[in-house]
Design a protein around this ligand. Structure first.
Ligand code: TEU
Length: 546
């Protein structure tokens, strides 16, 4: 007998970026009571679990991805009592709360780091990664921070450099130290005992690093540490875990989520994202969307994890641009394209993650001045790139297209003051298009995007073929159309979608052809796929064989 499938195979996930979700007290910053007040919205969408971006105590250099106390809540977000209430109220609606676990680094204001920088023989010194200056008196080596500039900062007082793969306010924790590891596991158990449904693990692929060899991702000790973590915390608990792993290949993904690996439920992999970045300038110089390349990547992952492992499925998150802006249309076909993207992604095999605002087709912003941006990564790169000769205009274009603040403008609840996000002044500007694009407006529209997502979440709970079916792609070289089929136990779903704003005629490949019932569609009246069909602009249809 095979084990029954885990609960999260049937779950649709939703990511909340707390700072931008809902502000209950008018300080312009979203908070936990605000989230609680919107739980019915998530229940109505049919969400199974929420990935909650960090709410821990933090100086907020990187909006909470710099934690100064892992066992407390940032005062601007609320209190531990609020957190307990969130966990309980979500649970009452059948929703799990998955905490963001940021343990590659802490804040430089964490007590451990305050101690560590006191002296070389402080008991906490070895919780971080310290090195003597290089032979020339400079940094120990040329490792670069992900946020630009050197990954080493000199500490005057103790005469050594500390490692930070992100901002200098985010010193890397030293996973080689067994005491540090035990302290992390203790903290994880403390949260698990409080009732969280699991963890999303920030840049987990970096914890096994060997900085002296210049190795950051996929270091020699990575899987040893994750297995140890698993045994000390997750083992025997029915939780969901997702590791953020920019470096993951399909083969690598199985090392985390494969049957025999026993580490994590799944990873977030980014191959479909980075295929759209410039080879030299990365995300700051985006390439036009290439559907053929995108399909190649998605198919590779669907096929590689078909029998073992499990995929995560996402268009967007708090680090990425808005889905309709990147892959769909923000004009006439915004709603159609938002639904098309939802159908195409959610019909694949894996656990889908909706990023807040995606369910109403929120778009990128279009800031005209660098002073409107808040993100530390964007501001750092602005400094570095303009100093290197990139024109301010070119930089703004890149940031408006791929910068992290696109996903961080406040959630648009209604057409009123500050989109109903806050009664005060928001920490970052609300997108002016909230007058038209907002939850209240979408919800009253029977053809709205929310209704479309709700339907998809329901189908996932209902249909084994959607959860467990195998995946076959068709028309792989077609530049405008995506086509695939899912099959399971005699059931079959065919998915066909148009990624352009023009009608596209296409001959339905044999393996895709069927007659049945449209279970997810953004135009009425298509129950059959045979012969030559003409897809309308951004049309998507998933048909379940009758
Ligand atoms: O992101 C990992 C990361 O590498 C990002 O810097 C990413 O490369 C970039 O934003 C892509 O656009 C995680 C978190 O998701 C991010 O918000 C944090 O800033 C980062 O880790 C540090 O904790």
């Amino acid at each position: 007998m095979t084990d029954p499938a885990p609960w999260w195979h049937a779950a649709t996930a939703y990511q909340i970026y707390p700072r931008s979700f809902c502000d209950s007290d008018g300080d312009g910053i979203g908070d936990i009571p605000g989230i609680i007040s919107k739980l019915d919205h998530l229940a109505d969408l049919g969400i199974g679990f929420v990935w909650l971006s960090p709410v821990y105590r933090s100086p907020m250099a990187d909006n909470g991805y710099d934690i100064s106390d892992y066992r407390d809540i940032a005062p601007e977000f609320g209190t531990l009592a609020d957190m307990d209430r969130l966990i309980a109220e979500a649970k009452a609606r059948g929703i799990g709360i998955v905490m963001d676990l940021v343990v590659n680094h802490s804040s430089d204001e964490h007590e451990w780091f305050r101690q560590a920088r006191q002296s070389r023989d402080n008991p906490y010194r070895d919780y971080y990664v310290w090195r003597d200056p290089g032979p020339d008196g400079g940094a120990p080596n040329d490792l670069q921070s992900n946020f630009g500039g050197p990954a080493w900062t000199y500490d005057e007082r103790t005469g050594q450099y500390y490692l930070h793969l992100f901002d200098r306010k985010q010193p890397d924790l030293n996973w080689q130290n067994p005491e540090l590891r035990a302290a992390i596991y203790d903290m994880m158990n403390w949260w698990l005992d409080r009732g969280v449904a699991g963890f999303r693990m920030d840049v987990i692929d970096l914890i096994g690093k060997d900085p002296d060899a210049g190795i950051t991702a996929d270091g020699p000790d990575l899987h040893r540490f994750i297995r140890e973590m698993h045994d000390a915390t997750l083992k025997g608990r029915d939780v969901v875990t997702v590791g953020e792993a920019w470096s993951a290949t399909t083969e690598g993904a199985l090392k985390y989520s494969g049957r025999d690996a026993g580490e994590l439920s799944m990873v977030f992999q980014f191959a479909h994202i980075v295929q759209g970045w410039d080879e030299v300038h990365g995300k700051w110089r985006p390439k036009p969307f290439d559907l053929v390349a995108f399909k190649r990547v998605m198919t590779e992952w669907q096929v590689a994890l078909a029998e073992d492992g499990w995929n995560s499925l996402f268009w967007s998150n708090h680090d990425l641009p808005r889905a309709v802006s990147k892959y769909g249309d923000t004009g006439r076909f915004r709603v159609a394209s938002a639904k098309m993207l939802a159908t195409v992604l959610h019909m694949m095999k894996g656990t889908p993650y909706i990023y807040q605002g995606e369910e109403i087709g929120m778009t990128n912003v279009s800031f005209t001045d660098i002073s409107q941006f808040r993100d530390i990564e964007t501001l750092n790169f602005h400094r570095i790139q303009t100093a290197a000769g990139v024109t301010p205009g070119d930089f703004l274009d890149g940031a408006n297209s791929n910068g992290r603040d696109n996903a961080r403008t406040p959630m648009q609840w209604d057409a009123g003051h500050q989109a109903g996000f806050t009664t005060g002044e928001p920490w970052i500007e609300v997108n002016p298009n909230h007058a038209a694009i907002n939850v209240a407006a979408d919800r009253t529209d029977p053809e709205g995007i929310i209704a479309h997502y709700r339907e998809l979440a329901g189908l996932r709970r209902e249909l084994a073929v959607m959860r467990e079916g195998d995946f076959t792609s068709y028309l792989e070289d077609h530049p405008k159309i995506i086509a695939y089929a899912r099959r399971h136990d005699g059931a079959r779903i065919s998915v066909l979608a148009n990624f352009t704003g023009e009608a596209v005629a296409v001959d339905v490949p044999e393996g895709l052809a069927l007659t049945g019932r449209a279970i997810s569609a953004n135009y009425p009246g298509r129950d059959t796929l045979t012969g030559r069909v003409e897809l309308r602009p951004f049309e998507a249809v998933a048909i379940l064989e009758a």
